[in-house]
Design a protein around this ligand. Structure first.
Ligand SMILES: [Cu+2]
Length: 139
């Protein structure tokens, strides 16, 4: 009986893990980012600017995240990053669907977004409640 329970909880755990993919899809090395559109998102206390980001599905983009505050923020959009294809050299920046920035840090990430409406949030304690949420619309 104990073994059966243990087995059941393992199955449950793996089922949970499967619903939230965090492994980024890597863009093939042949993906051309030379003509990529640059989209800059500013992270400040306590907002994303623009708050609603619009991207074109399937079009390579350089997402520039600019933390203009003295403190850290993060750009957390696990569904967006899971659906996108990310340039191999930038994949390590996306840990668990999140890009963490220190104060005054700027990070560029090359990716090809997939169609969908995604939620964006900063997971620092209290930041979302203060307005640090947004959306990414890819069409
Ligand atoms: Cu924040």
């Amino acid at each position: 009986m104990k073994a059966l329970l243990a087995l059941a909880s393992i199955t449950l755990l793996s089922a949970c893990a499967a619903t939230r993919p965090i492994e980024p899809h890597l863009a093939s090395t042949g993906t051309d980012f030379a003509d990529a559109q640059t989209v800059t998102v500013t992270l400040s206390n306590f907002r994303f600017t623009p708050q609603d980001i619009t991207l074109v599905a399937g079009k390579p983009v350089v997402l520039v995240l600019d933390d203009t505050a003295t403190g850290g923020h993060d750009f957390t959009a696990p569904e967006f990053f899971a659906a996108a294809t990310i340039a191999p050299q930038d994949a390590a920046l996306v840990a668990g669907g999140q890009i963490a920035l220190s104060g005054k840090q700027q990070v560029s990430i090359h990716l090809v977004p997939a169609a969908g409406d995604y939620k964006l949030v900063c997971t620092h304690f209290g930041h979302a409640a203060l307005g640090m949420t947004g959306s990414i619309k890819v069409h």
